[in-house]
Design a protein around this ligand. Structure first.
Ligand SMILES: N[C@@H](CCC(=O)N[C@@H](CS)C(=O)NCC(=O)O)C(=O)O
Length: 214
């Protein structure tokens, strides 16, 4: 059994989708980040960065619980823990990790900062910078997807899960900055629809949605 400390955000959704894809048993532990649960001492003692998602795996062969935070690290751990999303060989690993790290270091922070700096509380200059950066990153993504069904090549992987939750039409950010207001990214649209149809993706998003109470 894997305990998932989470909230219904793009980073949290990555983990429930991955768990559903891998058919691993898990239980959700809500961490209401709107109320500041992530700064409780009991949470910080285990997960010092004070952010969701985080997991504790009670089912490892060593018999000792394994705990980790950072969504990219969690996805990589879960992919190695199952056969469904197992990484096959160094070439596939190189492609998956390149795009996974790209998401956690560039795409996610840029979209998140754009979201925070747009609107009445943001400054116009910062908003413009992040908008341009998001468009640049989405252009990189779209070019990759124009010649590949998935980010790491022909096979669906944790890199796709990581980017999908941020870019899907219903994400909190894409609801604010609809694709209609952005340049066209045709390959990205097709890729998003293909991933959204996956039964495990639907189950993972539905599981994550049970966490939101406000
Ligand atoms: N790099 C981290 C980012 C995690 C993150 O920013 N989590 C947000 C929710 S999506 C959070 O916990 N925010 C609460 C806070 O910053 O206090 C990851 O990929 O897991």
């Amino acid at each position: 059994m894997i305990d998932v400390y989470s909230w219904d955000t793009p980073n949290g959704q990555k983990v429930t989708i991955c768990l559903e894809e891998c058919r691993l048993k898990y239980r959700l532990v809500p961490v209401n980040i709107r109320q500041g649960d992530q700064r409780d001492s009991s949470f910080l003692e285990r997960f010092p960065n004070g952010k969701i998602p985080a997991i504790v795996d009670h089912g490892c062969q060593s018999g000792r619980p394994v705990q980790l935070f950072e969504s990219g690290a969690i996805l990589h751990y879960l992919a190695n823990r199952s056969t469904a999303l197992a990484i096959k060989g160094p070439a596939e690993q190189a492609a998956i990790l390149s795009w996974l790290f790209w998401q956690v270091s560039a795409l996610g922070p840029a979209i998140g900062q754009w979201g925070r700096n747009a609107g009445p509380d943001g400054t116009a200059q910062v908003e413009v910078w992040f908008r341009q950066e998001v468009i640049r990153l989405m252009t990189v993504l779209d070019q990759r997807l124009a010649t590949n069904d998935y980010l790491a090549g022909s096979a669906y992987s944790i890199a796709d899960i990581a980017c999908f939750t941020w870019l899907r039409r219903e994400s909190i950010y894409m609801r604010r900055f609809p694709f209609d207001n952005l340049p066209d990214f045709p390959a990205t649209r097709i890729w998003l629809d293909r991933i959204a149809e996956r039964p495990a993706v639907r189950r993972g998003l539905a599981a994550s949605a049970t966490l939101t109470t406000d």
